[in-house]
Design a binder for this molecule. Structure first.
Ligand SMILES: C[S@@+](CC[C@H](N)C(=O)[O-])C[C@H]1O[C@@H](n2cnc3c(N)ncnc32)[C@H](O)[C@@H]1O
Length: 233
């Protein structure tokens, strides 16, 4: 499935329920560590999309690519997921200490792994998620990322992520790589299939305009992609 951010969906009962549960987790973290990034802005779409695509949590191995201090990854760990959070080595943020603090103060067990998800092999997982991180990498780096995710997942494993889409041609003030429907199909479907062959890209102009009305500062619209690892290239 490919789902462009639809603000009506963000305001649906399903997405509101997910976001309020994540906020509750954030409040609990905040009460203890004082480092609680609040879900808001376009993450209200990104987090709810990714979470809504996950079928099981308890005992399932999750990998969060480009996690930073994500509330979503903490919330997944809270549901019983066995989570490894991945972010770049040498970041100005000390992610390792952040996750160590969560463990020490709240008993939330998240393994942090400092690596580049495009070039480094990834730990094995059942579900790989990535929220608003892949678009920070050039198109040339993505085939290796797709290989890495394929190698890390079993057949039937899931790769669920959000990236951004822009009108053609992309507006240049953003140094992001953006993905329309064709580009998603060309780039990510090597060894994966769409979880459901469903897309709302036919409503691009309407959804883009609605998102821009909500957030005039962005020249893009987030898009969620839900894939299943399968047995052919
Ligand atoms: C906009 S932040 C998203 C944070 C997080 N996913 C969340 O939901 O709050 C993007 C993150 O992706 C990380 N990132 C981007 N490219 C990466 C790469 N190739 N390997 C590892 N981390 C990467 C950045 O360091 C940054 O922390």
């Amino acid at each position: 499935m490919m789902e462009l951010c639809d603000w009506n969906k963000v305001e649906s009962e399903e997405y509101k329920r997910i976001n309020s549960a994540i906020k509750k987790t954030v409040e609990e973290i905040g009460a203890t560590t004082g480092k609680a990034p609040t879900p808001g802005d376009h993450y209200l779409f990104d987090y709810a999309f990714i979470f809504s695509q996950i079928r099981e949590f308890k005992g399932v191995r999750f990998l969060d690519l480009g996690s930073a201090c994500s509330a979503l990854t903490v919330h997944i760990a809270r549901q019983g997921g066995i989570v490894t959070a991945v972010d770049l080595p040498g970041s100005v943020y000390d992610f390792a200490s952040y996750f160590a603090e969560l463990k020490e103060q709240l008993g939330i067990q998240i393994t942090f792994s400092a690596l580049d998800f495009c070039s480094d092999p990834l730990p094995k997982a059942d579900v790989i998620i990535s929220c608003s991180a892949i678009e920070h990498n050039g198109y040339e780096a993505i085939p290796q990322l797709v290989k890495n995710t394929k190698n890390a997942l079993p057949l039937g494993g899931r790769f669920i992520f959000t990236v951004i889409a822009e009108p053609e041609p992309p507006e240049e003030q953003y140094a992001y790589s953006s993905y329309r429907e064709d580009k998603i199909r060309q780039t990510f479907l090597q060894g994966f299939r769409l979880d459901k062959n469903k897309s709302n890209f036919d409503q691009f102009d309407t959804l883009y305009q609605r998102f821009r009305n909500q957030f005039p500062k962005y020249f893009y619209i987030p898009v969620g992609v839900s894939l299943v690892r399968e047995d052919h290239e």
